[in-house]
Ligand binder design. Structure first.
Ligand SMILES: [Zn+2]
Length: 293
């Protein structure tokens, strides 16, 4: 603590200088066979776009600089892929490219060396494979854990995007001392802030990261596609529509420009940002450099 009489220099020393990071989106799968109309709660938009194809891409994100490396979300693994195919049948088409840990390794990072994972929410496609990161602490919003284990899960319509084994895994991590809770908006580390963006789930959070092009906002499922945030058009998997709309506005406030918002499932992210190397083309893009369009 700084006492009375501390000089401006001393106070400056106590403030954490914001640090700048490289940020990567790692795609682990892609789901075709869906229409753009499925991305909108609005019946008018759903009707307008019912015959327009729109794939859904699946990502995790990696934030890194010389001081720390942080993974955002852990996707899901091949076990879950097989389970969903069995339950949902041939209508659910998913091209699974790599596990999130394999993607992290492709970028040159050892999954076992990851010590911090920010979990944006506990839905099946964001909170599986935690076993692949055995030395990580998991950072999630308090309300997400209570939501995923509380009375609203009596509703099939709200629990279907959760996989109970992944929720139970997180409870086990909690009892092993590996869960760190956040309540609302908070600084995670110098240059990384977390923001409650409720609506899709009660405890949805988005991540804001300082990069050399400014503050980039990893929306995750606060905005599945560019269309959701740009048109203020809620996605239909939703717990509270008013909260979701407020959170779309919040994303707009947090980002320096619309080009600084990175949606959670849009295949256009892979098209708009450059791959870090030719070998990673189609699998990983850099988000700390400006998009091409
Ligand atoms: Zn998702």
């Amino acid at each position: 603590m700084i006492g009375f009489g501390a000089t401006a220099q001393q106070q400056g020393d106590m403030m954490s200088d914001p640090e700048s990071y490289e940020v990567y989106a790692i795609q682990y799968g892609n789901r075709g066979g869906r229409s753009k109309g499925e991305s909108f709660l609005s019946p008018l938009l759903a009707a307008d776009f019912h015959d327009v194809a729109q794939d859904m891409a699946y990502y995790v994100w990696l934030i890194t600089n010389e001081n720390r490396t942080v993974l955002v979300d852990t996707g899901f693994g091949r076990d879950e892929l097989a389970r969903r195919r069995a339950v949902l049948g041939p209508g659910w088409r998913m091209d699974y490219a790599r596990s999130p840990a394999e993607g992290v390794a492709m970028l040159g990072f050892d999954p076992k060396a990851i010590t911090d994972v920010i979990v944006t929410h506990l839905h099946y496609d964001h909170a599986g494979t935690t076993g692949d990161f055995p030395n990580a602490a998991f950072h999630l919003q308090e309300i997400e854990m209570s939501y995923a284990t509380g009375p609203l899960m009596c509703h099939e319509a709200l629990r279907f995007p959760y996989t109970v084994d992944f929720v139970v895994d997180m409870v086990r991590h909690l009892y092993n001392g590996r869960v760190k809770f956040i309540a609302g908006d908070a600084e995670f580390a110098p240059g990384i802030t977390l923001h409650l963006t409720a609506g899709h789930t009660m405890g949805m959070q988005s991540v804001r990261v300082l990069t050399k092009r400014g503050w980039v906002v990893l929306a995750s499922d606060a905005s599945h596609f560019y269309d959701n945030v740009e048109a203020m058009a809620p996605f239909p998997i939703v717990t509270n529509v008013g909260d979701m709309l407020d959170s779309l506005r919040k994303l707009q406030r947090l980002a320096q420009t619309p080009q600084h918002i990175v949606p959670g499932h849009d295949p256009l992210v892979l098209a708009r940002y450059p791959a870090p190397s030719a070998a990673l083309q189609g699998a990983v893009v850099r988000l700390d450099v400006a998009p091409t369009e």
